[in-house]
Design a protein around this ligand. Structure first.
Ligand code: PLP
Length: 431
């Protein structure tokens, strides 16, 4: 591994003692002043570095990195990656429209995953000429064939097989076991491919798998790929030659990385992941697709929020911020950990506090009993590693406006989504 890959770039740093936290070369204080809070801030440098890590790790074979749009679907983030050759993994018609708006030239690099696609979504994707449908049931394959026949185009498809591989992650984001709703039982796949190969509107183009998200070990990826390759070989012997193997997404990040001196570098993680996949693919000639989402954008983003007040209830101290679970739901939904850093640290001893938002739910918290340096009303704090499944999962719960987003590159910054206003909230409603 090259040394420059080992020392991967960290966008959120204090530029010196007593200075404000920066993203790349821009102070978060400056951004909060200009755009208000809560505010999502992303580093374009890191997003491109992470995309490049995957592209480099698989440079030895024909491959396409299909960024998983669901992780962060902001147009500017899609365009940034499309311009560097990325493809996209989508799971809805809405995500397809986003790709077509941000980077129409990339539509031929789109794979359409998802467990329930409508006829209208399929039609739109067929007409747009996407690369491949990742089909999750026999009923969906039938629907795809019907729509393809109607539109008189041949549909390239991959079966998303369920390899029955256990991936150690949160139960809500584990997808590769037989008991999950995702994919087709790998034991039934051959039969389905055989039948599909006889249908002139379907092209058996690939095979796909996705075993879950936030998976920290490379082993389950290798195990799933081995099963998939075995199946692809069997199909080849029967005369069904698939062009593509899609390994899905799911490579996790270290949300505790900054506190852990022994943390493995992101570049080393990608190398380990690539080695596990390459080993399973050995001797099998095909194009490889991968669908990383979180690994590319999570650590490139922070949610910057202002402390509204600090309140004591009995023995507990609550730091109440102007961001809430509607802006970043991961702690409430998955008990996820996000490091919280004062933008301009004050001196004094760290104390155990709960960091919470203003939403009327006890589940509206970012951290419980977290050791935090002293903060006061008006201070800014940053929730780190919030670039993935942050803004993308935000909502208007409690009729709150969704935050603005800023993309930073070096010393340049630009607004990529303005903060919502009351007119946005009311636009679709009829009293
Ligand atoms: N591909 C598919 C089919 C998914 O469902 C997901 C997310 O769960 C991803 C890719 C991206 O996963 P991650 O963001 O963990 O890389």
């Amino acid at each position: 591994m090259s040394p420059d890959l080992q020392n991967s770039f960290r966008p959120f740093q204090h530029s010196g003692a007593g200075s404000a936290l920066h993203c790349d070369g821009v102070s978060l204080e400056t951004l909060a002043k200009q755009y208000g809070t809560p505010l999502y801030v992303y580093s374009a440098t890191q997003i491109l570095e992470r995309l490049g890590m995957f592209q480099q790790a698989f440079a030895g074979r024909d491959h396409l990195v299909c960024y998983a749009v669901k992780a962060n679907s902001s147009l500017a983030i899609l365009k940034l990656q499309a311009d560097r050759g990325a493809g996209f993994d989508i799971v809805s018609g809405g995500e397809l429209e986003r790709v077509m708006k941000a980077a129409p030239q990339a539509v031929g690099r789109v794979v359409f995953s998802g467990v329930g696609k409508t006829a209208a979504e399929i039609d739109r994707a067929l007409e747009a000429g996407i690369l491949e449908f990742n089909v999750e049931s026999e009923a969906e394959l039938e629907l795809l064939a019907m729509r393809a026949r109607k539109l008189k185009v041949k549909a390239r498809f991959a079966l998303r097989v369920n390899p029955d591989v256990f991936a150690e992650t949160h139960p809500y984001i584990s997808t590769g076991l037989r008991e999950h709703k995702f994919g087709i039982d790998i034991r039934k796949a051959v039969e389905i491919y055989r039948a599909a190969a006889r249908n002139k509107w379907l092209e058996p183009y690939g095979i796909s798998v996705h075993i879950g998200s936030q998976i920290r070990s490379a082993d389950p990826f290798g195990a799933a790929m081995e099963r998939v390759c075995k199946l692809a070989m069997q199909l080849k012997r029967e005369g069904i030659r698939l062009k593509v193997v899609d390994a899905g997404g799911g490579l996790g990040i270290d949300y505790h990385e900054r506190a852990d001196a022994k943390a493995v570098s992101p570049a080393a993680k990608v190398q380990e992941y690539a080695a596990a996949i390459e080993k399973a693919l050995e001797g099998f000639d095909c194009k490889l697709l991968i669908e990383p989402g979180r690994f590319i954008v999570a650590q490139a983003g922070a949610l910057v929020t202002r402390v509204l007040n600090v309140k004591k209830n009995g023995k507990k101290t609550f730091v109440i911020t102007d961001a809430a679970m509607n802006d970043l739901i991961r702690p409430a939904l998955y008990q996820a950990y996000h490091e919280i850093v004062p933008v301009r640290p004050r001196s004094g001893r760290a104390r155990a506090v709960d960091v919470v938002g203003p939403v009327c739910e006890t589940g509206d918290f970012f951290a419980r009993d977290r050791m935090l340096k002293p903060v006061e009303a008006g201070d800014l704090v940053a929730l780190l590693d919030a670039g993935a499944y942050g803004m993308a999962q935000s909502s208007n719960y409690n009729s709150r406006f969704r935050p603005a987003e800023v993309l930073v590159e070096g010393k340049q910054q630009r607004l990529i989504r303005r903060r919502e206003e009351i007119k946005d909230l009311l636009a679709t409603e009829i009293a």
